[in-house]
Design a protein around this ligand. Sequence first.
Ligand code: HEC
Length: 145
Amino acid sequence: MNTNVIVAGFAIAITAIIWVGTTTNDESWTGNRNACVGDCYQEWKAENGGSIADIERVKQEALAAASPEALGESYYGQCVACHGGNGEGGIGPQLAGQAMSDISSKLTAYREGEARGAQSAMMWPVAKPMTDDDIGNLAAYIGTL
Ligand code: HEC
């Protein structure tokens, strides 16, 4: 085949792709994300939040609406390696089955840097950054184990 024919074939194909792209770019066809401009974009923005600040606000609202157990469960990810996925214990003691009030008073003690058992030094850096809410959430979650 003659190279001119190939070049001409490509040119026609590219023209066709560009033509399809421009003619389908109308607002009524919402399947094309690029078509969401003007009112369409304003509507999307009103519904979903258009800026990083809005997205952060939505995230904070979702966090505030989450239950203490759910928040505690996500924090508990940091504890799994030593206390087991179900609080069954391992490097650290078993937590499952302990009363919520015991969990929170023990965590508060570690946060204050108090020695409880021989290995309390392992818990001090873990508990140090915890807020009262974190402790409450963790106790609520561990109470479900
Ligand atoms: C690096 C391992 C390690 C990690 C991570 C860790 N722990 Fe511990 N944990 C221990 C050890 C070891 C002890 C026993 C400390 C002692 O001797 O006082 C302990 C003790 C505890 C106790 C007291 C248990 C009892 O009955 O005396 C609680 C409650 C506790 N951890 C909760 C947590 C929570 C909640 C997390 C996650 C936020 C966590 N720990 C993360 C190792 C760990």
